[in-house]
Design a protein around this ligand. Structure first.
Ligand code: KIV
Ligand code: ZN
Length: 504
């Protein structure tokens, strides 16, 4: 079996996409989960792009133990220095430098010549190597570059010390046949290619990101770049879960394996969705709500006889035991702890205690607690640090002919504070009442609600993004409940608590 390295760029290319920005604490949470998933490389950010990115990469470098932590940089000396500063404390640091090589980019973006790019590659890849042993070099827009020139650029990069050569299909223009031919050509024409890892990075503009990546693997690529849920610039990047499960499910065909613990896939996908508030398309392969749902009678009958009739992989293989009633009202702390361990969580006593309290509250409202509920509870718990205000109670009045009114009771230490407000709808009224109590001045810039599980007692997960007018910093709040108004109120309070904690 050939070992394919999984390079995850959720926190860089993924985070760059609109609606997916994460703060440092959220990126750390995500990086920890990516490590548990077993990715080989975590691209943690683009250090020179902002101070926040720089600080996040540094923080991730400090906490990730086994995976390589990678920092992206333009092929510019100051950016490379910044990238090095951001990862130098990582157990296994990598600097990833890139420069465009297509004539389109050279003429219209960089305003430079092919020769000038070659000279820059030689000089600055060597410089990067003088700082860090592990250097990845990417030729941006490689798939639209002249192949002969491209192999010349890569040959120089390897001579200058690059350990990984990456071939991006930056604009998602390639087809699987073209990608296969390009990788075969590069393998035959790059001098010293046997000394370097050959990587691909395929965008999804024509919906072929995963197919192109798999074609590249067939042609000999040994590292694949991808993101959780396929997030990324424009139409996104190749989705990690799709690539990994394709390689796994079709092992005989590809003859490849990865270091991914596939049972962590669902959890990782959910965590990203919880953090960003962007829900997963129900039809999304592998992790979508319908990925293992069988609606047609003939299909249901077949699956009941034997799942392999209509399932090419099992939900268990990605870490979901769908519809399984694992726990209920009478389940004790030990049963929950044991189930969480089976699901792959390592939780402190304190975290476990908090989850148990939430679990007990949930059993009052929901009889059957599934693995998906438990995964959602842990996700919400991990993102709800630093409580200043907690919700005591609320009451809302709403109707088609009247304004909505809300009254909210919060506690802060021993103090209980109550206020009321009128709003355009129940959520607006509730948020206004919380603001009257907490007086943050925070501006609501985003609000989403999604269902985490199925059925009439499904758990709703709300996410709010609050902007602090003093610092312009955005704080994300999360809330979980079987009642969507309560979930929204909890999310708003969670956001307020984070905003206020930052001012302490
Ligand atoms: O799509 C792209 O070309 C990139 C590079 C920086 C690798 O993201
Ligand atoms: Zn990209």
């Amino acid at each position: 079996m050939k070992r394919i390295k999984i390079f995850d760029t959720t926190l860089r290319d993924g985070e760059q996409a609109p609606g997916y920005s994460m703060n440092t604490a959220e990126k750390i949470e995500m990086a920890r989960q990516l490590e548990a998933l077993g990715v080989d490389v975590i691209e943690a950010g683009f250090a020179a792009s902002s101070n926040e990115d720089f600080e996040s990469i540094k923080a991730i470098s400090d906490c990730v133990k086994s995976a390589v932590v990678c920092s992206l940089s333009r092929l510019v000396r100051e950016d490379i220095d910044r990238a090095y500063e951001s990862v130098k404390n990582a157990a296994r640091p990598r600097i990833h430098v890139f420069i465009a090589t297509s004539d389109i980019h050279l003429e219209h973006k960089l305003k430079t010549t092919r020769q000038q790019v070659l000279d820059r590659v030689r000089e600055l890849v060597s410089y990067t190597k003088s700082l860090c042993q592990d250097v990845e070099f990417s030729a941006e827009d490689a798939s639209r570059s002249d192949w002969k020139y491209l192999s010349e650029v890569f040959s120089i990069a390897i001579e200058a010390g690059a350990t990984v050569i990456n071939v991006p299909d930056t604009v998602g223009y390639a087809t699987p046949d073209e990608m296969y031919s390009l990788i075969c050509y590069l393998k035959d024409n790059i001098k010293g290619i046997e000394k370097a890892e050959l990587s691909v990075h395929c965008h999804n503009d024509l919906g072929m990101g995963v197919a192109n990546t798999l074609a590249a693997v067939r042609a000999g690529a040994t590292q694949v770049e991808c993101t959780i849920n396929g997030i990324g610039e424009r139409a996104g990047n190749a989705a990690l879960e799709e690539l990994v499960m394709a390689l796994n499910t079709k092992k005989d065909y590809y003859g490849c394996e990865t270091g991914i613990n596939t049972r962590q896939i669902y959890k990782t996908s959910r965590l990203l969705s919880t953090i960003t508030g962007v829900s997963i398309n129900p039809s999304k392969p592998i992790v979508g709500a319908n990925a293992f749902a069988h609606e047609a009678g003939i299909h249901q009958h077949g699956v009941l006889n034997n799942p392999i009739t209509y399932e090419i992989m099992s939900p268990e293989s990605i870490g979901i035991l769908k519809n399984r009633m694992v726990l209920g009202k009478h389940s004790g702390r030990h049963a929950i702890e044991a189930r969480l361990i089976e699901l792959g969580y390592e939780l402190s006593e304190q975290e476990l205690e908090k989850i148990f309290v939430q679990f007990k509250k949930l059993t009052d409202k929901k009889k059957a607690i599934t693995d998906m509920d438990l995964i959602a509870l842990v996700g919400a718990e991990k993102l709800s640090d630093g409580e200043i205000y907690t919700l005591e109670s609320f009451s809302i009045q709403s109707g088609s002919d009247t304004s909505s009114t809300s009254s909210i009771k919060l506690s802060m230490g021993d103090e209980v504070i109550m206020d009321a407000a009128i709003g355009y709808g129940p959520i607006d009224a509730a948020f206004k009442a919380i603001e009257r109590i907490t007086k943050t001045g925070g501006e609501l810039v985003n609000y989403t609600i999604q269902s985490v599980t199925e059925g009439e007692d499904a758990l709703g997960e709300a996410m709010v993004k609050l902007k602090d007018p003093d610092s312009d910093e955005i704080f994300t709040g999360h809330g979980l409940s079987t009642d969507i108004i309560e979930a929204s109120i909890k999310a708003y309070i969670n956001g307020v608590n984070k905003l206020l904690s930052s001012r302490l």
